[in-house]
Write a protein that binds this ligand. Sequence first.
Ligand SMILES: Cc1ncc(COP(=O)(O)O)c(C=O)c1O
Length: 413
Amino acid sequence: MEIINHKVSLGNISSESLVGKYGSPLFVYEPEQIISRYQKFKNAIKYPHTQIYYACKANSNISIMKLLKKEGCYIDAVSTGEIYTALKAGFSSFNILYTGDNITDDEMFYCVDKNIRINIGSLSLLERYGNRFRGTDVTVRINPNIGSGHHSHCITGGPESKFGIYIHDIDELKKIASNYRLRIRGIHSHIGSGILDIPLYLEAMGIILDCASQFEEVNFVDIGGGLGVPYHHKEEPIDIEILGENITKKFQNFADKRDEKITLALEPGRFLVAEAGFLLTKVVSIKKTPKYKFLGVDSGFNHLPRPFIYGSYHRILNASRPEAEPEEIVVSGNICESGDIFTQGKEGIETRYIPKAREGDILCICNAGAYGYSMSSNYNNRPRPAEVFAENGKDKLIRKRETFEDLISNQVY
Ligand SMILES: Cc1ncc(COP(=O)(O)O)c(C=O)c1O
């Protein structure tokens, strides 16, 4: 994103011309940013047997998955629908990890049938898996008794979390594995999403490595994803080189004590795609109440739910007039709920200063590449936006805008 000729441009194309071509609202991604993020991440970790699994729940557009596949990335899937999409994107089943929650028999059979590594996150599931697939290899998700994340809904470690086999239950885990002659080949953990607290991330990694050292047959350790990006100017980006050095050192120490070659896996989602994505939306109404001046736009929490569900901050630019005098406003969506506010904070509605907008101006909502489209819905029976790539002055449609027909296509009437 840059300001060129007094307009916000994405991939060297003005936001206004992208909207002119594809309509509003519109998701725009800069693929170069995704690739450079991936390369930076990969290069920061020097341990030779490292695999990066893209957590495609962040954004499961096939074109984005293909970009990452070309770079040598693997896939972390949390549903069989994500596995299906990854296979469509060309990933081999050996390069997919399935970390579903509450895995059904159908899902187990689907993965085993396709040779997809399955990651089991509860003792009862391990028992069921053992019953069905006695004498096989399996990976287990461990809850290391530590969690972190940008919101309580996104903390996936610690005593309040529903995820993983609790670290205190390792003896029970071993008993079940031995009853069914299961080989524990992988140890996995993911403590939360949107983590900027690196010492805590490394502490959890230490616990997981200690846990892995209790299993002789482990040849795969996945320390999860969850690395955050700065949404607010007050947040600092992670120093990925320093993090990479720390991870490498810690893992190499662990690996040096093992006889077998051991793989280190990480599964970033947001870190790879969040900052490469933007939601463009048109101002269609401006109104004042005794408290606020509202800029009403043609999108809402049906397209980018993060402010609504987490009170998450997203930087908002006036793409049509980025250099105009700022004014204090609230940006409201078009969904029939009063919480449909793009400037929603953790404690309720917040105001922002953005360059004074007129009806018809395009707003650019930043950091919309992760958990935007993938969390979108058809609430209020509104079609989802199109998605495009914009790079070096060229644009490419990667998903069509939905139509009214799409909205009712599965209904039987
Ligand atoms: C198992 C697992 N791995 C990886 C991720 C990716 O998280 P993030 O996008 O924050 O990196 C998640 C997110 O919830 C997850 O549940």
